[in-house]
Design a protein around this ligand. Sequence first.
Ligand code: ATP
Length: 215
Amino acid sequence: MTNESLKIPQATAKRLPLYYRFLKNLHASGKQRVSSAELSEAVKVDSATIRRDFSYFGALGKKGYGYNVNYLLSFFRKTLDQDELTKVALIGVGNLGTAFLHYNFLKNNNTKIEVAFDVDEGKVGTFIGDVPIYHMDDLEKVIAEQQIQVAILTVPALAAQPIADRIVQGSVKGILNFTPARLSVPSSIRIHHIDLAVELQSLIYFLKHYPTEEE
Ligand code: ATP
């Protein structure tokens, strides 16, 4: 999953999926080239940042021509490991977890939720789409068998840390944490934390206190 030879700044790396998705759409509509101004408008990143980001990829835009869409796409595909399927497990098949199981991640990325886990006997042994739901008792065994690399946590906050402690023993290298709990994990494990309630609150705060200039 990792690409050790490539050293690009983290902030740039975070924008890669954004660029990738937009370029894929451009490519699908038959466009061969794109200017940093067009990209900037579409992905809402200023064009100086885009030019700097792209210089890390070895993509040098030409004045009056822009960037070659095919070159960028093949670079992103390699960098984001689009050719290699990343196996994902989802833990906690509640409202949010169920929505993720219905969501088609393959549309934009080469990632797939392969398995799900829950403690609810009514859910264990059933499928959502083609994803089987296993009991938490089988967590370590199934993760090892399937070589799961990423886990999505959509369990109640109190359940999150003990589950994190269990999964970091195996093949899991990254956790996408949707619970409000702040998790402690070994430094070799990467955690991205998405608290939807906090994000919503923060958006509302900014709307109230920092109205956008255009309006
Ligand atoms: P959501 O928070 O996703 O909207 P919900 O309100 O339906 O879900 P929660 O109580 O948040 O339900 O639980 C989410 C899911 O996590 C449920 O399906 C629940 O059975 C499951 N769950 C609870 N505890 C654990 C645990 N220790 N391990 C795995 N799954 C758990």
